[in-house]
Design a protein. Structure first.
Length: 285
């Protein structure tokens, strides 16, 4: 049997922030779990799958999952390494206002990844400013809403297409450092490279390459937030061709170098870190 541990980082009248770790063994989705409170789940490490009725989403560090109070969901774990998530708990009307009333979630962009790690890093330190943290949590909800709005606009209509897109996302999340080829992914999901490329973009609003880059950068943020100082090893571990390649892609998305952002995490000042979220929007390309 696995274990699930939840660390409360912030509890305020309008928002709760929790660091949740799960060590469930690999396996198919388990029995239904009731959802007691409305929550937005932002995975930080690992990969798992969330099922609600006929809808399913692969939850990796480039994803947001929305669980609504009064519903029921099932969770599966395709890998044995466990997972960790930042969980934001809002009143249902706040989430409905931001996200609408439908959808289980989907891919989110680099600023949402960064916002999740900013909250975990800042609230893990004594003396964190709770008002700043509340504002950052609501800012993060807004970023998630923007990204999921794009996903809803491109949501695949057929269940088979949705399953194919989620299967590709699951493969990428299981081995983000791998030099994936389109024909290889196509064989894995029984589609031609041409058909897969069209379906994935139609279903997510981005290419497979962009999705892989977002995932790699999300994983890079986790290690930088933990104080990673060997940027060459980090680049190699995540599948970049060189440290300079990693640095260039990182800067194109976040507007700063990996080392500079790592130093900002080390300083741990929430107000300073939040400036990265309010900067001009950038997209991985």
């Amino acid at each position: 049997m696995g274990e699930r541990r939840s660390l409360r980082l912030l509890e305020a009248p309008g928002v709760g922030v929790y660091d949740v770790r799960c060590s469930e063994p690999a396996g198919d989705p388990g029995p239904g779990e009731p959802t007691g409170v409305t929550q937005v789940v932002l995975p930080l490490e690992g990969v798992f799958a969330v099922h609600h009725g006929r809808e399913a989403v692969t939850a990796d560090p480039a994803t947001a999952v929305v669980l609504r109070a009064g519903g029921e969901h099932r969770v599966g774990h395709p890998a044995t390494d466990g997972d960790r998530s930042l969980v934001l708990v809002f009143p249902p009307e706040v989430v409905d206002e931001a996200l609408g009333e439908d959808g289980l979630g989907g891919p989110v962009g680099p600023r949402a990844h960064l916002g999740a790690r900013i909250l975990v890093s800042a609230l893990g330190r004594p003396g964190a400013d709770e008002l700043d943290a509340e504002e950052t949590a609501h800012l993060l909800l807004g970023l998630v809403a923007e990204d999921l709005g794009t996903v809803r606009a491109h949501r695949p209509r057929g269940s088979h297409q949705r399953e194919r897109v989620e299967r590709v996302r699951e493969l990428l999340a299981a081995a983000p450092e791998r030099r994936w080829r389109l024909d290889e992914l196509g064989r894995a999901v029984h589609a031609s490279p041409f058909h897969l490329a069209r379906q994935f973009r139609a279903g997510t609003g981005s290419s497979i390459g962009q999705a892989l880059l977002r995932l790699r950068l999300a994983l890079a943020l986790e290690r930088l937030a933990a104080g990673e100082d060997d940027l060459s090893a980090l680049a190699a571990d995540l599948g970049f061709s060189s440290q300079s390649h990693f640095g260039a892609r990182f800067r194109s998305v976040f507007g700063t170098s990996p080392g500079a952002l790592r130093d900002s995490f080390t300083a741990g000042r929430l107000a300073g870190l939040r400036t990265f979220l309010t900067a001009e929007d950038r997209a991985a390309s």
